[in-house]
Design a binder for this molecule. Sequence first.
Ligand SMILES: NC(=O)c1ccc[n+]([C@@H]2O[C@H](COP(=O)([O-])OP(=O)(O)OC[C@H]3O[C@@H](n4cnc5c(N)ncnc54)[C@H](O)[C@@H]3O)[C@@H](O)[C@H]2O)c1
Length: 194
Amino acid sequence: MARLDNKVAIITGAGRGMGASHARRFIKEGAKVTLTDVNEVAIRELAEELGDNARYTVQDVTKAEDWRRAVEETETAFGDVTVLVNNAGILGPIAKTADLDEDDYLKVCAINQHSQFLGMKAVIPSMQRAGTGSIVNILSLAVCGPTTDSRALGLRGQQVRDPGDDEGDRPGARARQHSRELRAPRPHQHADDG
Ligand SMILES: NC(=O)c1ccc[n+]([C@@H]2O[C@H](COP(=O)([O-])OP(=O)(O)OC[C@H]3O[C@@H](n4cnc5c(N)ncnc54)[C@H](O)[C@@H]3O)[C@@H](O)[C@H]2O)c1
């Protein structure tokens, strides 16, 4: 039995890159998959390549109506949705905060963040009917710490410090440090400390 037998997935941004890679692996592992993207040609060609367990819906992830349609079409073709991979995302322009255009900033927020809320809201009723569900929200380490190259994605921490040469200024450095701290064994920890 393959690891994803009986799973019904929606994978956004599946036209290329990581989304296409996720879709190939999901199909190999036995899932039925709806590929979505704004790039119709790319998802049509990939769905044809992947065979009967793959289908596609053209979808702009920032539009609630597109989410409703993607879920309805998936349910009709494959049954209740049990996996959502919120993968679609853009890098956005690279500019200092003071120079960043507000519309560009809002576009990154809409595609990378708000879309994930819309997606979860749209699939949860289907998952509740199925009695199971997994939601994978993909984002970038750029949202976790300050960056000196200032993309909208990492606005939360950027440009507060002067650009410097210590590791704390590099993209993702805080997240990497946090991750190292979590992995490091705690002194005086005993097996039954929990
Ligand atoms: N590639 C990396 O190194 C990396 C690193 C960190 C995080 N990520 C995240 O992983 C995800 C995928 O990255 P990638 O490099 O494969 O991206 P990519 O640019 O190769 O592919 C993104 C896909 O999303 C689609 N898309 C864009 N806007 C859309 C919209 N409004 N509605 C629907 N689809 C839309 C594009 O058409 C494209 O097919 C993104 O969320 C990205 O932020 C990637």
